[in-house]
Every structure is written in C-alpha cells, then in structure tokens.
Design a protein around this ligand. Structure first.
Ligand code: PHB
Length: 392
C-alpha cells in the first residue's frame, strides 16, 4: 500500500518527496512586459507563491503559452520571450531553494481565444473553423474592460502551421529546461488545442492531422510529445487528459474509451512520466459501489489504462483531506494525488495533512485578480498561526 507521504521516483528519474501534487492553477498575477512581444511575465510575487508551496512532492506551474497565438486568457503567462524566461528563472530558483520540484504546464488554447488579446487583433487559430459556441474566455470587451467574452471563430491551421507548432512546443520545452524546470506537462485536456485535434467529432480535417483515423487525430499530440521528450529526456514529461470532458464546448467523443486507451499506450511507449486526470470524487466517497458518471473516474477504464501505460497516474479531483487521498492511493489505480484549491490557502499543505492540522479556506474573489499578494502569498503556515496563538 502506498502512503501519501512516501517518496517516488517519477519517470524513473525525478525524485518526489511525497505523493502530493500541486496542479496547475491560473492565478493571473503576471506583470506586463515593456514590449508587446514580451507577453505577460512571471515575477518575484509568483516566485514567492510557488516557493511557499515547495512542500508538495511535485508542483505543476500554471498553464503557460508556448507562443503569442496561444494566449486565451488575459494575464496568463507565456514562455516565448526572454523576459518571460527571466521571470520563470526566479520561480524555479525559489522552489529549488525550498527543496521542491517543479514542472511547467505548456498549452496552446487553440480556438479558446479572443482577438482583443491576440497579437495585432488577429483571430484565434483552431483545428477547424468551428467556434466553441457557448464558451467564453477572459479578454477585453468593446469598452476595453476585461471580462468573460465569447470565444471567437477560429481560423483553421494549415498543415504546415501544425507541423511548425510542434517546433514551437519543442522550443518552449527547451526554454523551460534552460530556466530550471524539472520537467513539463502538456495540457491535452479541457478542450484546448490538443484535445481539439483528438476529438473525432470536432476534427473534420482531411490532412495527416485529420479526424479520419485515431493515428491521424492524435498525431499532433504525439509529435509534440516526441519533440518535448527529446528536449527533456524521458521521464520528465507528463500529459494532462480529460476523457469524457465536455468543457469548452467539446462535443461528446463517441470513441472515448478507444481514444483514451490508445493515447495512454502511445504515451507509455514514448517514455511519458505520468498521465494527469481531472475527475471529481464520487459524492458519497465510496469508490467501489457508486455508479460511474462521466465526470467521475471510471475505475474499470483506468485499470485498463494502467495495464497499457507503465508511468504514473495523477488524480486531481477536489481532494481536500488526507483520508480520501489515502483511500484513492489504496485503490491502487493512481500514484499521486493533486490538491488544487487546498493549496491556495494552505502554503504548507503537506505538513497540515501530515499532522492533521486544520485547513484554511481561500476566498474565491481573490483567485483571479490583480490584487497582488492578497489571497495569494499572504496565507500563513499553520505553525506560525499556532505559535502566535500560543503567545497570546
Ligand atoms: C483549464 O485547464 O481548463 C484552464 C486552464 C487555465 C485557464 C483556464 C482554464 O486559465
């Protein structure tokens, strides 16, 4: 039985001090660069935030743009400019100084974007020209104010552009390595560009990245995985997937099981360290008996995926206590547990879970704002709260 506080050698090469993962969370605390091409920048504040949370076995830093066309949400960072790389160096230094391990999540949002935050007001790019009807992104409205705007109609990427995008991801991974990240995670979940390609309903392309066959519609992801593994070495690349997910107007995938198992098997062959899945816990917490619904983890399917993928599985799913996390590990289906929201207000989450100390709760209104340290780096560690209380 694996304990939550047991170590792990991720991908056979990255030592983790426990099984607790801080998953990627957009927090919109970037700074503006001097030049438009600088993009939004990581900074000292962001470095402090991640440094405070280095007690996680693995931190996966927030979704980060691989180039300017990937900017779907205002104030999210990138790793395509020199200034951004300098900002990320502050982050990795802080985390390493505190004994932590940090991967960077790389994404391209594809059609989940808006011309008001894209270079020269250009349209988003996508797998086809199909808009994500009914979904919104964080961008500027007609009055220039930031708010949730409908995702715009994308321009389909040409075959050459898709091939070039593989190189863009490779470059982003090389930059991440250069500034000290221990690895990268590819965001192939939640209706962003990789999933737009993988979905057999949405991907009606007829080129070699097209929806005709499983191999074709997963080709973009696999080419990027190969390129990124070549940059970082095997064991330092993870992939986030969300089979059954309908977020960002993804059409239900009729081939969902086949696709998931094919992708898992292919990722395993390519030396991917882990697959990161986002599923809710069953409401009653009973993982054995409850009826499967697409938003809950399908244990039978995961068992099949485990048989074809030799790496680790991370389960992210609203965990906020030690007992349910341990029960998930005890199921033998997953290796690492991600605690998202709990890490916001509990910088010392691992210690709190270990000692049974109470968890603080964050204020949602400070999740995504420019209020700087408020609701971001101003949560104390429990030890200092307890000491202050004892001192009266
Ligand atoms: C997501 O994974 O769904 C996601 C990531 C980053 C965002 C928004 C949504 O800024």
């Amino acid at each position: 039985m694996t304990g939550l506080f047991e170590t792990q050698l991720l991908g056979g090469t990255v030592p983790l001090k426990n099984r607790i993962v801080m998953p990627p969370m957009t927090r919109t605390r970037t700074s503006e660069g001097d030049l438009p091409t600088d993009g939004d920048l990581p900074n000292e504040l962001i470095a402090t935030y991640y440094g405070q949370r280095a007690n996680a076995g693995l931190i996966i830093a927030e979704a980060t743009d691989v180039d300017q066309s990937s900017h779907g949400y205002a104030r999210t960072p990138g790793i395509h400019s020199e200034a951004q790389m300098q900002g990320w160096r502050l982050v990795t230094d802080q985390v390493h100084r505190h004994g932590g391990t940090i991967f960077l999540q790389l994404w391209h949002v594809g059609r989940m974007a808006h011309s008001s935050i894209l270079p020269n007001g250009r349209a988003p790019v996508g797998v086809t020209g199909q808009r994500a009807e009914g979904s919104s992104v964080f961008a500027h409205g007609p009055d220039g104010r930031l708010g949730y705007m409908p995702a715009e109609t994308p321009r389909p990427l040409s075959t050459d552009e898709v091939s070039a995008m593989v190189g863009t991801f490779a470059k982003a991974a090389a930059s991440a390595r250069k500034v000290g990240f221990d690895g990268v995670e590819l965001h192939a979940a939640n209706g962003y560009l990789f999933e737009q390609f993988m979905n057999s309903v949405l991907n009606t392309r007829t080129d070699r990245y097209g929806g005709g066959s499983m191999e074709d519609r997963t080709r973009f992801l696999m080419e990027v995985v190969d390129a990124v593994v070549a940059e970082f070495g095997p064991g330092r690349v993870g992939v986030r997937l969300s089979p059954f997910g309908k977020y960002n107007s993804m059409p239900p995938e009729p081939l969902v099981e086949e696709t998931f198992l094919y992708v898992a098997e292919q990722l395993g062959r390519r030396g991917v360290a882990y697959i990161h899945l986002l599923y809710e816990l069953l409401p009653e917490g009973n993982m054995e008996t409850a009826e499967f619904k697409p938003r809950y983890l399908d244990h039978a399917l995961l068992a099949k995926a485990r048989a074809v993928f030799p790496g680790a599985f991370i389960w992210c799913g609203g965990f906020n206590d030690r007992e349910r996390a341990q029960a998930a590990l005890d199921s033998g289906l997953v290796d690492l547990i991600a605690f998202g929201r709990s890490f916001i207000a509990n910088p010392d989450l691992a210690a709190r879970l270990k000692h049974g100390w109470p968890l603080a709760v964050a204020d949602r209104s400070t999740y995504y704002t420019r209020c700087g340290e408020v609701g971001y780096t101003d949560f104390p560690a429990y030890r200092s709260v307890a000491l202050r209380a004892a001192a009266g």
